[in-house]
Design a protein around this ligand. Structure first.
Ligand code: FCB
Length: 462
């Protein structure tokens, strides 16, 4: 591995972390793989959506994306060069089980075998996400997450993947950002009132149930050389009221209940939050027990805080408002790394029995271009990531048990409905030639990882 460390000591202006801390990057299948119908893969919901007129921005699709499916070795080499000890990726459900309930696809499974083996050969620990939003269209046709049966199909899928890869993969994330799944499904409906609000909450419940049922199956495979650590990745913001007015403070409470606590409370406290203005989630009490089985770790995706004002005409009675005097990134998210610390403090205060935390995503979108000299100067991204790491280190010093950190993302990729313009990668991708060019942030992160003390034991034992 070429880290350039042989002669010169590494220097970095970012903090150092405890030995064994996992340093990683994150991606997801639909956003990077391409090969949308190769080797027996079935269509996913995102394939179908992106192929529809007016589907994604600029007519983007994930048909080719970064073509990671065919460029796996090159991307593995990039990670080895970066020196990460952990790689968070997702399995495309329709690649391995095209209709979600029929036969398995041996070619799809073979791809993930190669990926996992390629990581282990480079001493990179795989962190596998089972569901990063791209489920088989065949399941969507039967109601998708509004249908409780999807949770059962998900548990089957989890068990199948774990039976295949569980001898080599120890860290499992069931579902990425269930809240975003609910929001994406509800897009296109301008209002979430009446039955739609109930639908949102029913979907949330089925996603949590899917997590719980899958976790049971994964844990059932522990032993015989398998060590299964199971977590879920939640997108949390941290809410601040727009003013001290009662209405805004109350609105922030509702936003917190619907966005931050809707998943945390059932997972960690065994019950849904009860807040005036948010309908009650009705479910079989036995489901709550399945959902609340102890997590081995909690994945936290964090990008920006939210400032909330009362808005009685909105479905849950609140709206997000811009932070005064605060710059926003190209997706309109306020750039406030210091607020990461606030969210972590909130988490610890609200959930004293919190399991160990992994930061499963953190990053910044920029329009990055390769300059005439062949460089990509993304200093703003470096500043943002550094700021977030300072907050993370302070949270660890204050007692929060954090085991790892994953930059979103290794590569520029398909940013869902926004298409290819927002670039989050440490590596620039030219979407015409598919050429990869490491950015300044890649070099910065490489040096940061190289400067960490490795201590005793395996490089990443989070
Ligand atoms: C998160 C998603 C991830 C990526 C980042 C920017 O919400 O999990 O796939 O799109 O946002």
């Amino acid at each position: 591995m070429d880290t350039g460390t042989d002669t010169e000591p590494e220097t970095t202006d970012a903090p150092t972390f405890p030995p064994g801390f996992c340093w990683g990057v994150a991606t997801s299948a639909y956003q990077i793989e391409g090969a949308w119908d190769a080797d027996g893969k079935g269509p996913s919901t995102w394939d179908v959506l992106s192929h529809r007129p007016g589907g994604l921005a600029d007519g983007a699709t994930g048909d080719v994306a970064c073509d990671h499916y065919h460029r796996l070795d090159e991307d593995l080499e990039l990670m080895a060069r970066l020196g990460v000890t952990s790689y968070r990726f997702s399995v495309s459900w329709p690649r391995v089980r095209p209709t979600g309930r029929g036969p398995w696809n041996p070619h799809g499974l073979a791809f993930y075998d190669r990926l996992v083996d390629g990581l282990l050969a480079r001493h990179i620990d795989p962190m596998l996400t089972l569901y990063h939003w791209d489920h088989p269209q065949a399941l969507e046709d039967d109601g998708g997450w509004l249908n409780r049966d999807t949770a059962e199909r998900f548990a089957e899928y989890a068990e199948g993947i774990a039976a295949r890869l569980g001898d080599r993969v120890h860290r499992w994330i069931t579902i990425n950002e269930p809240l975003s799944v609910v929001h994406a499904a509800m897009n296109g409906s301008s209002r979430l009132d009446g039955p739609l609000r109930q639908h949102a909450l029913a979907m949330a419940h089925h996603l949590l149930l899917a997590h719980g049922l899958a976790a049971q199956r994964l844990r059932g495979l522990t032993g015989r050389g398998r060590r299964m650590e199971v977590g879920i990745a939640l997108n949390l913001s941290g809410m601040t009221p727009a003013s001290g007015r009662y209405a805004d403070v109350e609105a922030a409470g509702r936003a917190e209940a619907y966005e931050d606590r809707l998943f945390l409370d059932p997972l960690l406290h065994g019950r849904y939050p009860r807040v005036e203005g948010i309908p009650v989630v009705r479910c079989d009490p036995a489901d709550n027990t399945v959902i609340a089985a102890p997590l081995d770790f909690l994945g936290v995706n964090w990008y920006a805080p939210a400032r909330v004002a009362a808005a009685p005409s909105e479905p849950f009675g609140y709206t997000r408002t811009p932070l005064p005097d605060t710059a926003a990134n190209m997706l309109g998210w306020p750039i406030v790394p210091a607020a990461f610390g606030g969210l972590l403090r909130w988490l610890r205060a609200q959930y004293p029995d919190l399991p160990p935390v992994h930061i499963t995503e953190n990053g910044m979108p920029l329009p990055d271009e390769v300059d005439a000299g062949g460089a990509v100067r993304d200093e703003e991204r470096i500043g943002y990531l550094r700021g977030c790491l300072v907050q993370l280190r302070a949270a660890i010093d204050a007692g929060l048990d954090v085991r790892g950190y994953h930059v979103w993302s290794l590569l520029d990729n398909l940013e869902w409905e926004h298409g290819y313009r927002p670039r989050f990668g440490l590596v620039h991708v030219d979407f015409t030639t598919l050429e990869r060019t490491p950015k300044a942030s890649f070099e910065w992160y490489r040096r940061l990882i190289a400067a960490q003390s490795t201590g005793e034991g395996p490089p990443c034992h989070g």
